[in-house]
Design a protein around this ligand. Structure first.
Ligand SMILES: *[C@@H]1O[C@H](CO)[C@@H](O)[C@H](O)[C@H]1NC(C)=O
Ligand SMILES: *[C@@H]1O[C@H](CO)[C@@H](O)[C@H](O)[C@H]1NC(C)=O
Ligand SMILES: *[C@@H]1O[C@H](CO)[C@@H](O)[C@H](O)[C@H]1NC(C)=O
Ligand SMILES: *[C@@H]1O[C@H](CO)[C@@H](O)[C@H](O)[C@H]1NC(C)=O
Ligand SMILES: *[C@@H]1O[C@H](CO)[C@@H](O)[C@H](O)[C@H]1NC(C)=O
Ligand SMILES: *[C@@H]1O[C@H](CO)[C@@H](O)[C@H](O)[C@H]1NC(C)=O
Length: 496
C-alpha cells in the first residue's frame, strides 16, 4: 500500500509559514484521507492582493524498500502535484520522486532532473546511474556512484503525459516550462526546507529544448517578484544548468551531423553519405525559413513540421548496418532502437510492478511507458524540435546562470560537433574567451580522453566537457565520472 508517514509529514507543514515570503500565508484547508493514501488540499492567499484562494491537489507517499541504497532504505518522497488547470474532473498531475541527500539533506543543493524525448520519463537518470539504487534486469541494487550522497535529487515526469504524469497535455517546450514553474512553486510549499537551497536543473537530449525554456520562465518569474508584479510567488534560487547531449539548435545540429557520421566516423557507406549530402542544403533552407516565425500559428507549425519531415531522412533514413546511432561503439539488430538500450526495458518492468506502483502512490490503472508516443506526437504537431531553444542561453548566461554541457563523444544522434558549434556562436560575455579556450584533460590519467573547456571563475559560467567513453547517455555509461563532474560543477571550484 502506498502510505504516507502522516505524523512526519504534517509536522513539516507547520514550518511552511516560516520559510515563505512575508506576504504569503499557507493554511491547511482540508485533509482528505482515503483508505489508500492521504490526499492533501492546500489553500494559499496573498495578503497584499485581493484574497484569492488557490487549491491544489497533492498526494505524497514515503516509498519503502523499493530502492535500497548503500546505506539501506534511502529516504525519499514520491507522488503527485496538481498543476494549473487541474480540477477533480479534469486532471493535470505531475509525478515526482524526491531522493533526499544522505549528507545535510536540509542544506544540500536540489537537482531537478527531467527526461528527453519529448516524452521520456524523468526517472531514467535517477534509476540508471544517479540515484541511491540502480536498475538491473531483476530490479534494483545499491548504487555506489549515486549523486544523492551530497545532493537532493528530484525526478519529474515532464511534461504531463510522460511516465506517471497524467492529464491534459501541452504541446511545446515553453508551455511545458510554465508547468514546471507552477510545479516548483507547489513543491516548495510541500517541502519548504528546500525552497532556500540552490537549484540545479539537469537534463539531456530533448532536455536541450526543455531546460533553456524552464530556466527562462524561472528567471522571468523571479524578475517579476523583484518588480513586485507577483506577490504570491516564491523566488526560485536557480543556480545552474547541467545538460548532456542536447538537441538545442536545429541548424547547427544538421549542419554538422554528416561531418560526424561520414567524415569523423563511418556510420554510413559512401553512397548513403552522398545521398544525404545532396539533401542537406534544402534541409538547412527549410529550417531557416521556419525560423522566420517562431510562434505557434498554423502556418508556423506547418513550416517547422515541413522542415522536420524533410530533414528526417538525414537524421534517421540511412542504413547503419547495425551500428547504434546513439552509441556508435555498439551494434544491435532490434528494429526499435530503444530496445538496444536495456535500461528502457528494465525501467518499464520495474515501474509496472504493482508493489512498486503502490509504494510510489501511483494509480493502479497505469501501464508505465518509458517513452510516451502521445507526448511525442503532440510536440511533433507544433514542430517544437525546430525552435531555436539555444538562443535562450544568451540572456541566461549574461544574467549569471551558469551552464554546463557534458557530452558523450560516441553519440551520433546529438553529435558533439553541432553542440560545440552552437555554443561558440552564442552571443554572451563569454563568447570570445570560449572560442579561444583550450580543451584541458580532466580529471586524471584514468580518464585521459575527457576534456574540459571552461570560461569564468570556479568551474566556469560556460563549460563544455567532452567524454570519449560515453554515448548519448553519459550518466549510464560513466556514472562515476559524471558524479565527479556533478560535484565539481555544483561546488563551483576550478577543474584543474
Ligand atoms: C553539513 O553542514 C554543516 C553545517 O553547514 C557542515 O559543518 C558540515 O561540514 C556538513 N557536512 C557535510 C558532510 O557536508
Ligand atoms: C535475474 O534473475 C534470473 C532469474 O532468477 C537469473 O537467472 C539471472 O541470473 C538474474 N540476473 C541478474 C543480472 O541478477
Ligand atoms: C546482427 O545480425 C547479424 C546477422 O544479420 C549477426 O551476425 C549479428 O551477430 C547480430 N548482432 C547482434 C548484436 O545481435
Ligand atoms: C502494459 O503494456 C505492455 C506493452 O504495451 C504490455 O505488454 C503489458 O501486457 C501491459 N500490462 C498491463 C498490466 O496492461
Ligand atoms: C497545441 O495545444 C493548444 C492548446 O491546447 C491547441 O490550441 C493547439 O491546437 C495545439 N496545436 C496543435 C498543432 O495541435
Ligand atoms: C559567472 O559566475 C559567477 C559565479 O561563479 C558569478 O558570480 C558571475 O556573476 C558570473 N558572471 C557573469 C558575467 O554573469
Amino acid at each position: 500500500m502506498g502510505r504516507l508517514s502522516s505524523p512526519n509529514f504534517s509536522a513539516k507543514h507547520h514550518s511552511t509559514q516560516r520559510s515563505l515570503r512575508n506576504n504569503v500565508v499557507v493554511t491547511l484547508a482540508a485533509i482528505v484521507a482515503t483508505a489508500v493514501c492521504a490526499t492533501f488540499w492546500f489553500r494559499y492567499i496573498g495578503l497584499s492582493e485581493a484574497p484569492s484562494a488557490i487549491h491544489f491537489y497533492a498526494r505524497v507517499t514515503r516509498p519503502r524498500g523499493i530502492c535500497l541504497g548503500v546505506r539501506g532504505d534511502a529516504p525519499s518522497y514520491a507522488g503527485y502535484i496538481g498543476l494549473q488547470g487541474d480540477t477533480p474532473d479534469s486532471h493535470r498531475r505531475s509525478f515526482f520522486w524526491l531522493f533526499e541527500a544522505e549528507e545535510n539533506a536540509s542544506d544540500a543543493p536540489l537537482i531537478l532532473t527531467v527526461g528527453g524525448g519529448p516524452g521520456t520519463t524523468g526517472l531514467l537518470k535517477p534509476l540508471g546511474g544517479q540515484g541511491p539504487c540502480i536498475l538491473t534486469p531483476n530490479g534494483t541494487v545499491p548504487n555506489p556512484d549515486r549523486i544523492t550522497q551530497r545532493f537532493n535529487l528530484l525526478a519529474l515526469d515532464h511534461p504531463i503525459g510522460t511516465g506517471f504524469s497524467y492529464g491534459r497535455m501541452v504541446n511545446n517546450s515553453h508551455d511545458a516550462a510554465l508547468d514546471v514553474h507552477d510545479f516548483l512553486q507547489k513543491f516548495y510549499l510541500l517541502f519548504p526546507r528546500l525552497a532556500k537551497n540552490q537549484l540545479i536543473i539537469s537534463g539531456g537530449s530533448y532536455g536541450g529544448k526543455y531546460l533553456p525554456n524552464i530556466a527562462t520562465v524561472i528567471q522571468e518569474k523571479n524578475e517579476a517578484i523583484v518588480l513586485q508584479q507577483s506577490k504570491r510567488a516564491i523566488h526560485i534560487d536557480l543556480e545552474s544548468l547541467m545538460i548532456s547531449n542536447p538537441s538545442s539548435d536545429p541548424i547547427a545540429h544538421y549542419r554538422w551531423l554528416l561531418f560526424f557520421r561520414c567524415e569523423l566516423h563511418s556510420l554510413y557507406d559512401a553512397a548513403t553519405c552522398a545521398a544525404m549530402y545532396a539533401k542537406l542544403p534544402e534541409c538547412l533552407d527549410l529550417i531557416s525559413i521556419s525560423l522566420q516565425d517562431t510562434g505557434f500559428s498554423q502556418s508556423a507549425n506547418k513550416a517547422r513540421r515541413t522542415a522536420r519531415e524533410f530533414c528526417y531522412y538525414i537524421a534517421w533514413g540511412g542504413d547503419t548496418h547495425g551500428v547504434i546511432v546513439e552509441d556508435i561503439r555498439r551494434t544491435c539488430n532490434e528494429t526499435d532502437t530503444l530496445r538496444c538500450f536495456p535500461h528502457f526495458e528494465w525501467i518499464e518492468r520495474y515501474l509496472r510492478d504493482s508493489a512498486t506502483m503502490r509504494s510510489l502512490g501511483v494509480p493502479p490503472f497505469f501501464n508505465f511507458t518509458a517513452l510516451s508516443d502521445t507526448v511525442e506526437q503532440a510536440f511533433f504537431a507544433t514542430g517544437d524540435v525546430m525552435l531555436p531553444a539555444h538562443l535562450l542561453y544568451e540572456p541566461l548566461l549574461s544574467k549569471g546562470i551558469r551552464v554546463l554541457h557534458y557530452i558523450g563523444a560516441q553519440d551520433g544522434n546529438c553529435a558533439w560537433p553541432g553542440i560545440l558549434s552552437f555554443l561558440k556562436a552564442l552571443r554572451t560575455p563569454f563568447q570570445r574567451e570560449f572560442m579561444r579556450a583550450s580543451d584541458v584533460p580532466w580529471p586524471t590519467s584514468d580518464y585521459v580522453a575527457t576534456t574540459v573547456r571552461a570560461v569564468g571563475e570556479g568551474a566556469g559560467n560556460m563549460t563544455y566537457i567532452l567524454i570519449d567513453g560515453a554515448g548519448h547517455f553519459p550518466s549510464q555509461d560513466q556514472p562515476e565520472l559524471v558524479k565527479k563532474i556533478t560535484e565539481r560543477w555544483i561546488s563551483n571550484s576550478p577543474w584543474v
